[in-house]
Design a protein around this ligand. Structure first.
Ligand code: NAI
Ligand code: 15L
Length: 269
């Protein structure tokens, strides 16, 4: 696939969208922005709900690829998740197929596999083909998104890289995040690799930096050309002094999904 230039970025007003719309233009992308909410500093951004099939179809028309970040990013009642993440992602894939868009990078999440026990001691890294074990309705919607992506590849030849993002924030803020953190700069590197790698079909990758305390296997991400440059380790001493090490026997520390297993943060809207 030739390097895509015009890329639709959904969820552009969100935390990750804001970070990525600052970083991705340096890779040569011309971004078209979409969100349910106005995008600060971007009066040309498309303000639309993924529920609006016609608006979604119009938004994807003429782009080379899509980075799909929009949706509910925490736990919520199933009905809300159904509309935004499940039906919304379906509308995006239908529109992309109808308009001949070749590739989508889908923001999946560690919460699609959140009930996977976290590796301890000499345990091996979690492989990319570990069975999906969603920890919330939110994680379930990401698991659906990965299946949807596989289906559109098998049925229609529409390519996707599903990125099971760990925690992409300017800095890690918890001891768990020392293992899952993806620096914004590595996030942009990974999205660029996912947009430009040859023949991805439907490829699933984990999305994090090259953390010393990594829990998962980055081989499939590296195979796309991703070469992470950051490591959360410089933050470790301070976070561990403040919060203590993760404890055996604490259910909220036992799984990849952390607190989402026991007491998930709730989508506030
Ligand atoms: P966020 O909640 O800050 O941003 C999501 C954006 O989607 C918001 O601006 C919201 O207005 C928009 N949105 C929600 N429903 C919509 C709809 N029906 N139509 C159009 N826009 C809609 O979330 P964040 O952190 O920026 O995450 C972006 C994506 O990455 C999400 O899909 C999230 O599930 C995924 N992700 C993020 C991680 C992270 O560490 N930030 C970790 C794992 C996954
Ligand atoms: C996610 O999937 C969320 O969207 C993000 O806000 C973080 O909570 C992240 O996972 C995480 O597990 O740290």
């Amino acid at each position: 696939m030739p390097a895509p230039r015009t890329v639709l970025l959904t969820g552009a007003a969100g935390g990750l969208g804001t970070l990525m719309r600052d970083l991705l233009p340096a890779y040569g992308y011309d971004l078209r922005l979409l969100d349910l909410r106005p995008v600060e500093g971007a009066p040309d951004a498309i303000v639309a709900d993924l529920a609006d099939k016609d608006a979604v179809r119009e938004a994807v028309r003429g782009v080379d690829a899509i980075i799909h970040l929009a949706g509910i990013s925490l736990e919520a009642p199933f009905e809300k998740i159904l509309k935004a993440n499940i039906e919304g992602t379906y509308h995006l894939y239908e529109a992309a197929h109808a308009e001949g868009v070749g590739r989508i990078v889908f923001a999946s999440s560690n919460h699609a596999v959140g009930y996977t026990p976290r590796p301890q001691g000499a345990d091996p890294l979690i492989p990319i083909d570990t069975p999906r074990r969603p920890d919330t309705f939110y994680g379930l919607s990401k698991s659906f998104g990965e299946d949807l992506a596989q289906f559109y590849w098998d049925k229609h030849g529409l390519e996707t890289v599903s990125v099971r993002i760990g925690s992409c924030f300017p800095e890690p803020t918890s001891v768990r995040m020392l293992s899952l953190w993806m620096s914004p700069a590595d996030g942009a590197r990974l999205l660029h690799a996912a947009l430009t790698a040859e023949q991805v079909g439907h490829t699933v990758v984990y999305g994090s930096s090259a953390n010393t305390r990594l829990w998962w296997d980055l081989t499939s991400a590296r195979a796309l050309g991703y070469d992470p440059q950051d490591d959360s380790e410089p933050y470790a001493e301070k976070l561990i002094a403040e919060q203590g090490e993760l404890q055996e026997g604490n259910e909220g520390h036992a799984y990849l999904g952390g607190q989402f297993v026991t007491d998930p943060p709730i989508w506030p809207y």
